[in-house]
Ligand binder design. Structure first.
Ligand code: HEM
Ligand code: HEM
Length: 182
């Protein structure tokens, strides 16, 4: 196996921090929703989980916007780590993840606005709704939001499995590109 040297390309620190913050937020947001699904409706714990989901969702939206601006401006963009079909699959998965995350964030906001319930960021400020409360529409947004959540989790799982396969089996150093330098 070739030794990893500092000459290998690596994403910049901000891109790396944004990638792992996004990954963590997505997993926590999904886990919160799955856990509250087991809790009886209307209980304080379930409501707290939902409030935390919404606050972290707003945080994810801010991280996503910053990530997009950073990628389009100063963020390192590296040449593909693979070739042929693998390169195509990796690029498609990355763009699909960006697109799905954007769709999920927009739907999350629309969902809350249509629910007509408080839209608070850790109790610090509230986001006013530009649309009227509409329960049936909220229900539709909720179904889409839930389906997209599963697609994101499956795709991110495949993406992570591909990164680990390349790291442990093919040993091509792609995972190091997304890890901070020691
Ligand atoms: C919800 C979780 C995740 C999401 C949404 C996500 C999303 C992304 C996206 C959009 C990119 C493309 C970056 C760019 O070029 O602009 C990327 C790159 C990358 N991700 Fe993830 N990721 C997640 C989890 C993970 C995990 C768990 C691992 C490792 C086990 C991982 C490893 C990598 C690596 C190594 C790259 C760089 C690939 C390359 O240089 O070609 N990601 N990720
Ligand atoms: C990738 C990130 C996200 C994932 C994986 C995710 C996942 C989920 C899931 C699985 C549910 C349960 C759906 C249902 O039972 O109908 C849910 C509910 C919800 N999500 Fe998200 N979500 C994410 C991001 C967001 C964002 C950014 C917001 C907006 C701030 C948001 C707002 C909501 C709201 C308002 C609910 C309903 C809460 C309630 O019933 O009171 N989500 N989310």
């Amino acid at each position: 196996m070739p030794r990893q040297t500092e000459a290998r390309p690596r994403y910049d620190r901000v891109t790396i921090a944004l990638h792992w913050t996004t990954a963590l937020l997505v997993v926590v947001l999904f886990a919160l929703a799955e856990i509250w699904g087991f809790l009886p409706r209307g209980t304080p714990l379930r409501r707290n989980f939902q409030a935390l989901h919404i606050s972290l969702g707003i945080l994810l939206a801010a991280v996503f916007v910053f990530r997009a601006v950073w990628r389009l401006s100063r963020g390192h963009r590296l040449p593909p780590a693979t070739a042929g079909v693998q390169q195509l699959a990796a690029t498609a998965a990355h763009w699909a993840l960006y697109g799905l995350l954007l769709a999920q964030i927009v739907l999350g906001f629309l969902f809350r606005w249509a629910q007509g319930e408080p839209f608070l960021f850790f109790g610090l400020f509230s986001i006013p709704s530009p649309i009227a409360q509409d329960r049936p529409t909220a229900h539709q947004f909720g179904e889409l939001h839930e389906n997209i959540a599963w697609v994101i989790i499956v795709l991110a799982g495949l993406h992570a499995a591909a990164a680990l396969l390349q790291h442990y089996v093919w040993r091509n150093g792609v995972l190091q590109r997304m890890l901070p330098a020691r």
